[in-house]
Design a protein around this ligand. Sequence first.
Ligand code: NAD
Ligand code: GLY
Length: 363
Amino acid sequence: MKKTTEKIRVALGERSYDISIGSNILDRLGDNLKSFGLSPRIAIISNPKVYPLYGKRVSDSIKNAGFNAITVTIPDGEEYKDLLWIQHIYDELLKAKLDRSSALIALGGGVVGDITGFAASTYMRGISYIQVPTTLLAQVDSSVGGKTGVNHKLGKNMIGTFWQPKLVWIDVATLKTLPLRELRAGLAEVIKYGVIWDEKLFDFLELNRNKILSLDRDSLVHIIKRSCEIKAEVVSKDERESGLRAILNYGHTIGHAIETVTGYKRYLHGEAVAIGMCLEARLSTMLKFIDNNKVVRIKSLIESYGLPSEMPAGIDIKNILSSIQLDKKAIAGELKFILPERIGNVKIYKGLNKKVLKEMLRS
Ligand code: NAD
Ligand code: GLY
């Protein structure tokens, strides 16, 4: 069994950084911060669910490496990813006299990662931060690429920055405490990487489902590493989403609309994306960009991981359509879709005829 820590470089010039992936590596985090020239004052940002599980190991590791760590917790939940809790974080950082060379450590899922990144990007005009993601979704997606943000009452992730972390430290052993539903939601994003970029990853997901769902270490490291490599490559080529990075939104146009219309209560993000990927693949067959047998393969893989694949009953298609048009990624009302052409490749398709979309949603 491989025991080494895998390392991936996100190549962004002077903003480049490493992603380290291993099992039971939380205790080694502190030593790996020594080379960054940080001040001794560090803050761990976490929540009351994750901190009791992993906080002491992270905090001891940092203290043993010669840093003083304070801890700031925010309540657990998407509804606390807002400017009010940012204000609380600033208060605690100022009280503890964190300075311009200090760093924040995000210990938790995507919510903690996004809010910590935003706080780091604005505190004293920007300080360092380290991502220690503890959900699969955060490990394969949100901790990499530097999108930070908080929600506004008029829209999710409407306030944010691009601010790259100094290091992403992924301990796959933390997934042992993650609820199965959250694990599956993260797997939707891994399936996404297979469809948009890498048929071999897609094959691996088809062939190793039981191992992955039973948290086999090597299988997890493999799928997380491959996902991070793909995200790193895409982000290196298009950090600010002026082109290529949009392919990471496969399944997200319809997925976001489903989340909005169902009030963010019925589905986890990954579950809505799973439905979105199936419907956007169907759209692609209607436009004759992909063979239907590939669409069946995508849908089967999604379903085999216990993820939803159909538009929920009782949803008003009109609401889905208007939500798609209001998406922050739509430019001047023009619909932009990421459509698979085969497994391992997608195209960015602009100017979709609304009739085709309506027909697909009604079918
Ligand atoms: P989350 O952070 O809410 O975590 C899900 C739940 O799991 C929470 O209750 C959390 O406390 C708990 N948890 C976390 N780690 C755990 C562990 N190891 N054991 C037990 N419980 C654990 O949700 P998420 O899915 O990780 O992230 C969703 C957020 O990520 C959203 O706010 C979304 O907007 C954001 N996001 C950001 C990007 C980006 O590029 N910045 C990309 C995708 C998603
Ligand atoms: N989650 C999509 C992106 O980071 O661009």
